[in-house]
Design a protein around this ligand. Sequence first.
Ligand code: SER
Length: 325
Amino acid sequence: MDNAILITGFNGEIGRQTLLALSKKETLIIALDINNPHIKYDNVIYIKDSILNKDVMKSIFNDYNIIEVYHFAALLSQSANSNPKSAYEVNEEGSKLIIQLATNHGIKHKSFVRIFFPSSIAVYGPKKLKDAKEYDIIKPQTIYGCNKLVIEQFGTQKYEESIQLGFGIDFRCLRFPGIISPYTIPSGGTTDFAPQMLHAAYNNKKYTCKVDPSTLLPFLSIKSTIDAILQIMTIPHINSKLRAFNVEELSLSPKEIVEELQKEFPKFIVDYNIDSRFQSIADTWPENLNCEEAKKEWNFVNNHSKNVMFEQYLIPEIKKNYGKH
Ligand code: SER
């Protein structure tokens, strides 16, 4: 039986760049998504299906010795609010199925299956916190935030049972802020305005932002996101009692993002049409995250520099990326 890494939701903003990073390893990859791949790598077996297809999920764990799982398939916050039933099925039931199958697999093979789960700043609330620490008031105000918290807790419980037993899963999470990628334009999230503005600025398009210009939210570039995923999945052991760590690069408002983009794209125009479905969520998410725990655990670096994020990475990279097409 071949060793393999399972990745779900590989077409999404984080999934796509994680698959690219994983494809450089020697290990076989099983990549599942409801849509077809945009790029094909040699050592990847692609499966077009849903994580809710129990038979397919079970057969993956039966046919391969799954040693790691990267589980990205999910509905983001706005999509979850519009489709609460699907959000429950995909974000909770689907995630629990994968965690349970991985636990059974670890027990059967007398090993630990390492699982990465992307949690979110959506677990915080109801107050908009400054310098939110992992243990700060956690009362999510959205269906999506509740789904993420349930899975953080379910995975942590399965991890603790696995430790008692000596086999099962090694569950690891990052609480992601808004992510900005020069490669993909996300949809269905509350923080999507940031990457959408970047792509609109490059493409000479006017942008209408649904969040007030002064609303602060934490952000991370996709490059730092992938680095953090690979780092937390590589450290042999997590010393902290936490299984879910904050990571952010910068706290930014829409106004500040526009100012950064206008330095490079002076004709970029943004207007504001505040949508309460977006604003009411952004107002319960922290304005910035305390990342001391991640720094202690694997020397997570957040340099808090707009220059590093925009001028040195996002702007040159979006030019390179579109130049390819
Ligand atoms: N970026 C996500 C969203 O806006 C939060 O995890 O839904």
